[in-house]
Design a protein around this ligand. Structure first.
Ligand SMILES: *Cc1c(COP(=O)(O)O)cnc(C)c1O
Length: 365
C-alpha cells in the first residue's frame, strides 16, 4: 500500500504512439520524446513500450538521460536535444548517442573528439532558444572539413505551433527552409529534416512534418488547446497516467474552523475534512492551495487551505463514506493535467514533470 502513487498505462502510451504514426502517415518517422523521465511517466518503461511498437528514434534532453536509457538496454537511436557540455563528448560516443549541435563551434568540437559520430544541427528559426543563427555558408564550411563528425539531421523547434492567431510558425518554417536551401546549394543535404512536435502534428501543420516529427506530450495523452482559427485536430490521444493518494484521517469541522498553516482559511460551513497523504513535495502544486480539487468516490473534493509539504486537507462532504486508507484521485478520469494546470496557473507539462520521484510508479496494461 502506497501513500501516493501513479498508475501508468503502457497500453495507452502504445495506442497514443500508434495514433501519432497514423496521423503523420508512412514516410514520417516518429521520434518518441522521453526527456525528463518521460514527463514523469518513467523513461525506461516508456522507451521499452515504444521500442516494442517499432520506434527507431527516441529523444532526451541530456547526455545523462541518454546514458540512463542505454544502461537499461535501450537500443534505439537516441537524440540528445538540449545541448551537451564540453567534457561530455567521449560519453556521447561511448553511449552511441546522437547529439543536437547548436553552433558552428560545436561542430568543430565534435570533430576534435576524433571518433565517428553522427549529429543533428538545430537552426534557431526564430525562438531564440537553442540553435544556430549562423549563415549557411559558415555552417557548410564547418561541415565540409569534418572527417569523423557527420551531419545527419537538420532541425528547428517552434515557439507557438498551436497558435493560429500568430504568423510565427509560418515565419519560422520559412526561415528554416531558407537555411536548408542554402545548405543544399552548398552540397549539404542531411537525411533527416524535422521541426514538428505535438502541437504541429495535432493541429495539422503538415507542411512541417518533413520526414520526422518529435512527439512527447501526445504520447502521454495531451495536446495543447489551439488559439485562433485552427484547423480540425487530426490526432486523438488519451491520458496515460492516473495519480492517487490515500486518506490518512477524516474529521468533522465546525463552521469557521481554521485549516492548515497560517490559519487564514476557515471552514465555510460544517464539513467533513479528509487529510491526504501527499503534498507539494510529491508534486501537488502549492498554487492549488484553497483552489484545486481532487476526486473522492468520483465526486469533487475541494482543497481546503494551503497544500503543505506532505499533507493536503480536502472537503470530503460529498463522499462521507470514505475513511482512512481509502484512495482519492488527484489526476485521472474526470480531472486531467490540463484542468489541474488551469487551477494552479501553470501548464500540463509542468504538472506531469512535477510529480516527484517519491510517488510510486505502478505500470498497468
Ligand atoms: C520537448 C521537445 C519536444 C517535444 O515536445 P512536445 O510538445 O512534448 O511534443 C520536441 N522537440 C524539442 C526540441 C523539445 O525540447
Amino acid at each position: 500500500m502506497h501513500r501516493s502513487w501513479v498508475e501508468i498505462s503502457r497500453g495507452r502510451i502504445a495506442r497514443n504512439y500508434r495514433s501519432v504514426r497514423a496521423a503523420v502517415g508512412p514516410g514520417v518517422e516518429v521520434a518518441g520524446v522521453v526527456k525528463a523521465d518521460a514527463y514523469g511517466h518513467g523513461a525506461v518503461e516508456v522507451a521499452r513500450v515504444l521500442e516494442a511498437e517499432g520506434a527507431q528514434w527516441l529523444a532526451v534532453s541530456s547526455v545523462e538521460e541518454g546514458i540512463g536509457l542505454r544502461r537499461s538496454g535501450v537500443a534505439a537511436r537516441i537524440l540528445v536535444m538540449a545541448g551537451f557540455l564540453r567534457d561530455e563528448g567521449e560519453a556521447l560516443v561511448d553511449a552511441r548517442l546522437t547529439p543536437v549541435v547548436h553552433s558552428v563551434e560545436e561542430i568543430a568540437g565534435l570533430e576534435r573528439i576524433g571518433r565517428p559520430i553522427a549529429f543533428h544541427l538545430k537552426i534557431d528559426s526564430g525562438m531564440a532558444r537553442l540553435g544556430t543563427r549562423a549563415r549557411a555558408k559558415w555552417i557548410a564550411s564547418a561541415v565540409a572539413v569534418c572527417r569523423r563528425a557527420r551531419l545527419e539531421g537538420l532541425m528547428t523547434h517552434f515557439a507557438s505551433a498551436a497558435d493560429f492567431s500568430s504568423p510565427q510558425t509560418e515565419e519560422q518554417e520559412a526561415r528554416f527552409d531558407e537555411v536548408r536551401a542554402r545548405l543544399a546549394e552548398a552540397g549539404v543535404r542531411p537525411e533527416w529534416v524535422h521541426m514538428a512536435s505535438t502541437n504541429a502534428v495535432a493541429w495539422d501543420r503538415r507542411s512541417t512534418w518533413r520526414n520526422m516529427v518529435r512527439v512527447g506530450h501526445a504520447l502521454y495523452g495531451y495536446v495543447s488547446p489551439a488559439r485562433g482559427a485552427a484547423p480540425a485536430r487530426v490526432l486523438d490521444v488519451q491520458p496515460a497516467l492516473a495519480w492517487k493518494a490515500r486518506i490518512l484521517a477524516v474529521k468533522d469541522l465546525p463552521e469557521g474552523a481554521p485549516v492548515g498553516y497560517g490559519g487564514s482559511f476557515r471552514a465555510p460551513r460544517p464539513l467533513r475534512a479528509g487529510v491526504l497523504a501527499l503534498g507539494y513535495a510529491d508534486g501537488l502544486p502549492h498554487r492549488l492551495s484553497g483552489k484545486g480539487k481532487v476526486l473522492a468516490a468520483g465526486k469533487p473534493a475541494a482543497i481546503l487551505g494551503p497544500v503543505s509539504m506532505d499533507l493536503t486537507t480536502v472537503d470530503l462532504s460529498l463522499a462521507p463514506e470514505l475513511g482512512p486508507g481509502d484512495e482519492v484521485t488527484i489526476l485521472g478520469e474526470g480531472l486531467d493535467a490540463q484542468q489541474i494546470a488551469r487551477a494552479a496557473g501553470t501548464i500540463s507539462y509542468a504538472v506531469l514533470c512535477g510529480i516527484s520521484p517519491r510517488v510510486h510508479r505502478v505500470y498497468v496494461e
